[in-house]
Design a binder for this molecule. Structure first.
Ligand code: GN1
Ligand code: MG
Length: 356
């Protein structure tokens, strides 16, 4: 690690570094030096992100765009260049690292401590989408092709079922069947997109609560993190991914399913924040289909977790046996609870829009 760190232009000398954050994909470290300034080092998962050069070009350009729009240095990530002026360092074995400024005074929450935390994260992601609205989408590399193409996620699930690489299919057959029962619905939003009825926007694509940093003291939004999947996408999916994570009463990997519920209160809070920040720029159909975004992003995660379980846990970091299976179960339970709240989910959207 020290050998990697010395490739970046840091102030001071490194005292120590430690694992940092709760991401499932990249590896993240906090770097402490003998100066007050701290840094965040990330190793990019090149198994997931095949085009690291394209990803880093996106990353640098998106950060620069955000900094141009908002001069407060704490409101967007800042890359620390390598000693030879590059955005990232590639080791001889092809491992890819980037360094960022640590933003002091912020928190990334793994669960909301109050509905207001969700309202603020809604504001942050809605605001992000507004700031990115004039960004030339066709200059962005597609860092993961078909990332939120829900029918394609089902296609990959079918591949995982057919291959049964980890020999786990027999033990989860009923659950796989329950998931396949939803396949018809998976294309609801992508079809509207293909028909030109929903617009393609520059979206974040990974809007879970712990990907936004809130000010520790005021709990107002500081900075949106995890910019690796900023790509053209659907507004409803940004809305929906935040709901699937933040409007659940339990953690993504809770094992006691009786604790996993959809929280109407949290849903309303996020909706208020999100729509107050970007509601006026959405089309009527985008607004109307936001609940679909929530249901389908939750379903998509269920599909991805199950596929990874069948593939032998090769994509998401796992920390215990059947971790992806546990994650799958919470997501499917949430989809079902959203169905019980389906009319209410639409009512809330209408009410919040009317108040705005
Ligand atoms: C991953 O990187 P992280 O942990 O913020 C994943 C998201 C999933 C999420 C599930 C690049 O996000 O798509 O929704 O886990 N990111 C990627 O928690 O696949
Ligand atoms: Mg993350």
């Amino acid at each position: 690690m020290r050998d990697i760190i010395r490739h970046f232009s840091l102030e001071g000398t490194v005292i120590h570094f430690s694992p940092f954050g709760a991401g499932h994909i990249n590896r993240t470290f906090l770097v402490v030096t003998n100066r007050p300034r701290l840094y965040v080092l990330q190793e990019i998962n090149t198994h997931v992100f095949r085009d690291a050069e394209g990803l880093m070009a996106n990353f640098a350009a998106v950060c620069a765009h955000l900094h141009r729009k908002d001069p407060d240095p704490h409101h967007a990530l800042t890359l620390i260049p390598t000693t030879d002026g590059r955005t990232h360092h590639v080791t001889e074995e092809g491992r890819v690292f980037r360094m960022m400024d640590y933003i002091p005074g912020g928190v990334c929450l793994n669960a909301p401590e109050s509905p207001d935390d969700l309202r603020q994260s809604g504001t942050a992601f809605g605001h992000f989408q507004r700031l990115m609205a004039d960004y030339p989408a066709d200059t962005l590399a597609e860092t993961i092709p078909h990332f939120h193409d829900t029918p394609d996620r089902y296609r990959q699930l079918h591949e995982a079922i057919a291959a049964d690489r980890a020999g786990r299919l027999a033990s989860v057959r009923d659950e796989v069947d329950a998931l396949l029962a939803y396949e018809q619905e998976a294309g609801t939003l992508t079809r509207l997109l293909a028909e030109g009825k929903l617009p393609l926007r520059v979206t974040h694509n990974d809007t879970k609560l712990n990907n936004v940093m809130l000010d520790e003291a005021t709990r107002e939004p500081l900075c949106v993190m995890d910019l690796d999947t900023v790509m053209p996408g659907l507004a409803a999916y940004d809305f929906g991914d935040a709901i699937r994570f933040g409007a659940s009463t339990a953690a993504e990997d809770e094992t006691d399913l009786s604790r996993v519920r959809f929280s109407p209160r949290a849903y309303r809070a996020f909706t208020e924040g999100f729509l107050s920040a970007c509601g006026q720029s959405l089309t009527p159909l985008e607004v109307e289909t936001l609940p679909w975004g929530a249901k389908l992003m939750t379903l998509e995660c269920a599909v991805r977790f199950m596929a990874d379980h069948l593939n032998g846990d090769v994509y998401f970091a796992v920390h215990r046996e059947n971790h992806n299976l546990d994650r799958f179960r919470t997501q499917l339970a949430l989809v079902k609870d959203m169905e019980r709240h389906w009319a209410q989910m639409h009512d809330v959207i209408r009410e919040v829009m009317a108040e705005a």
